[in-house]
Ligand binder design. Structure first.
Ligand SMILES: [Zn+2]
Length: 73
């Protein structure tokens, strides 16, 4: 089982991103990669990640969590 390490962040200062960082939407329950191949959005579109532009839009940051997964060996 992969362990989730939740990351504390301030949405006003930007969102953490990285190969092992995931975003979790608390509204629809979907999990997104913080660095997807192209662009990604959760089902309810609370979180939209535009990897090409390096932009993350979140309608309700308080309904979003970020966590890091352990490196795969
Ligand atoms: Zn959502």
């Amino acid at each position: 089982m992969t362990e989730k390490k939740y990351i504390n962040f301030e949405a006003s200062r930007g969102f953490p991103a990285g190969e092992r960082i995931r975003y979790e939407c608390e509204i629809c329950g979907e999990t997104l990669l913080s660095m997807p191949q192209n662009a990604a959005a959760c089902k309810c579109r609370n979180i939209i990640v535009d990897a090409d532009a390096g932009r993350i839009s979140v309608k309700s940051p308080e309904k979003m969590k970020a966590y890091e997964v352990e490196a795969e060996n």
